[in-house]
Design a protein around this ligand. Structure first.
Ligand SMILES: [Zn+2]
Length: 424
């Protein structure tokens, strides 16, 4: 900073003459000028970001922070997927949401979409209020160049890993709990253009067959992007070398209790660090510089000093795929082939989610119907969800028939309430 020429204090007051040599609109140049100055991005990198399509799975703490960073950085197309709504306890760390969003119980994906467009109206932001499951993952994520994990559960991460490896789409794991932050960048093998890809084992239904390659959505709008060359160069000189996948490092999802933000709490600073690491890796991928990626599972404890008072920092190498890995070597996509999950207990929320059937609900009609039931209270709806209380339980119903039952972690109790109001 000190080596730079001090800014002219009047420069922001005097309109600059239009530059005839500008190859991009001056507003674009101005908006991203500090990022373009950074040698790792430059003008070419900035244009690549404008063509990039990134999907963020989960728009809680990490997802909201990563989405904000990507939107401000100029990533042109951002898809947000989240099944939850904003609550007051989110506001401590989920930086895209405010008190009004919590008062309105806005779905997080939609609340985040509105905030991101207020920050950067030149980009496209798509919000999906949905639970990511095998049945919808191809439709929701199929056109993305890059997937960012910001989920709160390993079930979804293993599903994401299966999908990303099958389709050859990079993804970045991120986790934050307590004062701990971790990320890992996964570069799967790219689908082969010339030779048939390695044989798929018939562990799933036909729709889980390997994706056609490589002109699937992944490249369709990236004509000018260095990402194009990243994704198509396969000579020995290519800087693209696959890393380990999630299942190379952890062959199975953890069993038994896992620390969550509910049980261990969470510092917003840990969230911000995880998101910063994740988005920096994303910028390297989207500007076609995979040789700069961290090839490890990196983690930090921001609270406990080591003897030298530095951040406690650990790394597990994830530099190369593990021979024999069920997912990226043997291509057994069991999570992708799995039937959709009927119910999930949410992270630290004293809630059960039920999504047994795709069952479109007319929320306004249902509200009128519930108004006649005496033991219900606080029956409220907006265009996206319907909520009411019954005794100690709060039910939130989404338009696709999904329900969150708050006030219990007992699946039987939740199922019974679901069946009573939405049928079995
Ligand atoms: Zn693997």
């Amino acid at each position: 900073m000190t080596s730079r020429t001090p800014p002219d204090p009047t420069s922001s007051l005097i309109p600059s003459p239009a530059s005839s040599s500008a190859s991009v609109p001056s507003s674009f140049e101005d908006r991203y000028s500090r990022q373009i100055l950074f040698p790792g991005i430059g003008e070419r990198g900035q244009k690549a970001l404008a063509h990039a399509r990134v999907a963020i799975i989960g728009v809680g703490a990490t997802g909201a922070t990563s989405a904000s960073l990507l939107a401000r950085a100029g990533v042109g197309h951002i898809t947000l997927i989240d099944r939850d709504f904003v609550e007051p306890s989110n506001l401590q760390r989920q930086i895209l949401f405010d008190e009004q969003d919590a008062a309105d119980s806005l779905p997080k994906a939609e609340a985040a979409r509105r905030k991101l467009l207020a920050v950067n109206s030149s980009i496209t932001v798509i919000a999906h209020i949905a639970d990511l499951v095998p049945a919808n993952i191809h439709a929701l994520l199929g056109s993305a160049h890059l997937l960012l994990d910001a989920t709160d559960n390993f079930e979804t991460r293993y599903l994401l890993n299966d999908f990303a490896v099958q389709r050859g789409i990079p993804w970045i794991y991120a986790a934050a709990v307590g004062a701990y932050a971790a990320t890992m960048t996964i570069l799967p093998r790219l689908p082969s253009r010339e030779a048939p890809s390695s044989p798929e084992h018939a562990s799933g239904p036909p729709e889980d067959a390997p994706a056609p390659i490589p002109e699937v959505g992944i490249l369709s709008e990236a004509e000018e992007s260095p990402y194009l060359s990243l994704a198509t160069e396969r000579s020995d000189a290519s800087p693209y070398h696959p890393t380990a996948c999630l299942a190379c490092i952890f062959p199975k999802p953890p069993t038994g209790p896992v620390e969550t933000c509910d049980t261990a709490g969470i510092l917003s600073t840990a969230v911000n660090l995880a998101a910063s690491l994740q988005v920096t890796e994303a910028l390297k991928i989207l500007t076609g510089q995979p040789h700069l990626l961290r090839r490890s599972l990196v983690s930090f404890d921001l609270w406990q000093p080591t003897a030298s008072t530095r951040l406690d920092h650990a790394e597990i190498s994830a530099a190369t795929p593990r021979p024999g890995c069920e997912v990226c070597d043997l291509r057994h996509f069991t999570h992708l082939a799995g039937t959709s999950r009927p119910h999930i207990t949410l992270c630290g929320r004293d809630s059960v989610q039920i999504h047994e059937h795709h069952r479109p609900i007319d929320l306004a009609a249902m509200q009128r119907q519930l108004a006649n039931i005496p033991d219900l209270s606080d029956v409220r709806s907006n265009s996206l969800l319907l909520r009411f209380r019954r005794g100690p339980f709060t039910l939130t119903i989404f338009a696709d028939g999904r329900a969150l039952i708050h006030g219990t972690t007992d699946v039987t109790v939740a199922r019974s309430l679901y069946a009573r109001f939405l049928g079995t």
